[in-house]
Design a protein around this ligand. Structure first.
Ligand code: NAD
Length: 290
């Protein structure tokens, strides 16, 4: 095969397509009737859709709520116990234009998770996007782990995600459309000393995601997971300076991510245009997991 220089590729692709526009699209002429390519670009829009975000009051969940609202979605914010944080997030979403509501919902309880999903559907008459974000840690070495701490982390992180996904899928199946996105973790892929319970819950999310994706793909419902690396939130704020420095040394990008980095990935997977992406685990980790 002949050598091809990288800077020649766009030109070659355009020539292969018989097109002149640099990005491979036909250019729109003033006054032309115009096809799909001549419409204003709606890529990135979730206008009119309804999204549920669990644990949306703060941290990564809050950034996700804001990003989905920025894209035009009405947001229903599930919160475990801190009503004030949830109200602040809802106010911030409303300032971006769409509507926002808060619903008290401890995702570790089946009835509470169902209530969150049902109330979101009732409020807007549709449910397009579910983001399973709520999560906790209860870290200690395996031999010192109390079973209550193992159970609690599994209950919130994994059972909670399944309860919400199952309840949401019922509405999405009827609509023949949906996006289910769960926040896993790099720890679910690679493990971490002191986090056997958390790693099990986050690995469980990945298995659940891949299986659910296979069950729902034919109904136009995608199911994906995001595996953040180290993101600056209250969850990581509890780390000691030494642990933090050691962790940062493992990040090829050289710094911890921001909640907005995860939110951008959620928005992408939530788009109608991401409909052929399902059963995937998207790392948002500054290269840490590669
Ligand atoms: P955070 O502690 O700031 O936020 C967690 C949110 O979950 C809070 O709003 C909390 O109220 C909510 N929550 C906890 N238990 C709940 C329950 N039973 N029911 C409903 N809501 C509940 O942490 P964060 O860093 O923003 O984490 C968000 C998600 O991202 C979690 O699933 C976490 O495991 C995951 N994650 C975080 C990092 C990181 O470095 N921060 C890395 C990988 C994955």
């Amino acid at each position: 095969m002949a050598n091809v220089h990288l800077d020649e590729i766009p030109e070659k692709v355009s020539r292969l397509n018989g097109q002149t526009a640099a990005n491979g699209r036909q250019e729109c002429q003033p006054g032309s009737a115009g096809g799909q390519d001549c419409q204003p670009d709606s890529f990135g829009s979730l206008k009119g859709q309804t999204a549920v975000v669990t644990g949306g009051g703060r941290g990564i969940g809050r950034a996700i709520c804001l990003e989905l609202a920025r894209a035009g979605a009405h947001v229903v914010i599930g919160y475990g116990h801190n009503r004030q944080e949830a109200e602040e997030t809802a106010d911030a979403c409303r300032r971006l234009g769409p509507e926002a509501q808060i619903v008290e919902a401890d995702v570790s309880e089946l009835s509470s998770s169902k209530k969150l999903i049902d109330e979101a559907y009732k409020a807007y008459g549709r449910l397009d996007i579910l983001v399973n974000n709520a999560g906790i840690t209860k870290d200690t070495l395996a031999l010192a782990m109390h079973m209550e701490d193992f159970d609690r982390v599994l209950k919130v992180n994994l059972y909670g995600a399944f309860y919400c996904a199952q309840a949401a899928a019922k509405y999405m199946l009827r609509a023949r459309y949906g996006r289910i996105i769960s926040i896993s973790s790099i720890v679910g892929l690679h493990g971490n000393a002191g986090q056997t319970n958390y790693a099990a819950s986050k690995a469980g999310i990945i298995g659940m995601t891949k299986s659910l994706a296979k069950e729902l793909a034919s109904r136009n419902i995608t199911v994906n997971a995001i595996a953040p690396g180290m993101i600056d939130t209250k969850m990581t704020g509890a780390m000691s300076g030494v642990a933090r420095t050691a962790m940062e040394a493992q990040i090829p990008a050289g710094y911890a991510g921001r909640p907005e980095d995860v939110a951008a990935a959620v928005r992408f997977l939530a788009l109608p245009q991401a409909g052929y992406i399902t059963g995937q685990v998207l790392g948002v980790d500054g290269g840490m997991g590669t």
